[in-house]
Ligand binder design. Sequence first.
Ligand SMILES: [Zn+2]
Length: 274
Amino acid sequence: MRGQPRVLYNTADIEIWPQGLLRARGNHDARTLARARHVLRRKRDGRYLAADLAGGVLPLVERLPREPGIADALDLLDALHAAPPADARDFVREPGELPLNRLHERLEDLGLDADGYAARTGLDLVPEPARLALAGFDRYRRPLWLVEPAARAWDHLRRAAAADGIVLEAISGYRSHDYQLGIFRRKLDRGQSVGEILAVNAAPGFSEHHSGLALDLSTPGEPPAEESFEATAAFAWLQARAPALGFHMSYPRDNPHGIVYEPWHWRFDTCSKE
Ligand SMILES: [Zn+2]
């Protein structure tokens, strides 16, 4: 039987994870997570905040009521429980995006001028989707999240490649603003300058990975995110076949955004039919 797609519900500060995907960080965690229908997870640091059990919500941190964004997350959880399955399905399909909450201020805190960066690169801020579908697992056995059309398209792409003897592996799909901000902050803490970091990473908020439409791909035996990927049979296959299946390379050589050549980074284009 083909089950309902497993869905990650996203709010500004907190993610609502479906059952069975988060790793326990101890015996107590394991027992709780095994019984939880959902787990509320803080986006900033991945901390598990609460478990949604049949008997009610079990806090996993002290002072849960004071957690930023908790009211929104609990409201959404209530809505999920209240919606009959058919409505819940429609709810899942709705292509909602979250507002760009405080992103400008948070970038400014890091010494990053969002408007200047946008003008310089021609990139736009990318909102996060309100819902993501489980698109399988990445090379490291982590859940891979994409928006639902991209998740379906990735499944087609992977199967089409496999039929031609090519193994495609996902390295990374959806990434939150918080996740990208965390990378940026850690690099600053290690003494790198804003300019040095931006030479390698898109500014937080501007990465196509926030959209749930982009994937970093690789193939067994190949290191992640290296230019050497362009010499693989997998890359040759992607160049020949991926566009017809809706995927395009976002950052070819000498792209107008000034982003380094990324032969591994492919984006599903919802409007494309070639
Ligand atoms: Zn990428």
